[in-house]
Ligand binder design. Structure first.
Ligand code: FES
Length: 198
């Protein structure tokens, strides 16, 4: 199990991938939030699970942790964020998460997660692996006049909704990957251990 400490070795990617989040409809304050744990070298080599404390993760915020050398995004979604998801189905490549290898079986649902409010994604674009950025504001954006919040990958203009589902017209072929994970109580997520099929 991962020890709890700041992940200095991954400071660069954490700085790049952790997002200062404005609120949906201007409701949520912009608050930066960074936290991670650094597994031992032995644990990293073994691809050990990592533990993330989400007890202080506020609605609209994203926490980034490292697992198997990749960023894992954990987002606390609001009711409004979840309510916007069905309306995007008609603009998505795989709205029903039919590509099975993109998520464990437990996340093949409308919100692509175990708990509706907590989204867990591998933060690597399914095009060429860049780290997309979270933009939760519901407002016209240069990449989408009908933007409802989600992830935008500026290197080649792929965009994903707030469940990590890829939009039509994006070079990314598939939805963002949901990693295996489980909850340990209400305040901790274990990445790398699955409650269902991984
Ligand atoms: S790597 Fe994300 S769009 Fe190319």
């Amino acid at each position: 199990m991962a020890a709890e400490s700041v992940n200095h070795g991954r400071r660069r990617f954490l700085t790049a991938s952790t997002v200062v989040v404005g609120g949906v409809g201007g409701v949520y304050a912009a608050v930066p939030f960074i936290a991670a744990w650094k597994p031992s070298a032995k644990a990293v080599a073994a691809g050990a699970p990592v533990s993330a404390d989400i007890s202080k993760l506020a609605v609209g915020q994203q926490l980034t942790v490292a697992w198997r050398g990749r960023p894992i995004f954990i987002v606390r979604r609001s009711e409004e964020m979840l309510a916007a998801l069905p309306g995007e189905d008609g603009r998505l490549k795989d709205p029903q998460s039919a590509v099975e290898e993109q998520q464990p079986a437990f996340a093949k649902n409308a919100h692509r997660s175990l708990k509706p409010d907590v989204l867990v994604l591998v933060g690597s674009c399914t095009h060429l692996g860049c780290s997309p950025k979270l933009h939760t504001e519901v407002q016209p954006e240069p990449w989408d006049a009908e933007w409802k919040g989600g992830y935008y990958c500026p290197c080649h203009n792929s965009k994903f909704d707030l469940a990590g589902r890829v939009y039509e017209g994006s070079p990314a072929p598939t939805n963002l990957v949901v990693p295996p994970y489980r909850f340990d109580g209400d305040s901790r997520v274990i990445i790398g251990e699955s409650e269902g099929a991984a």
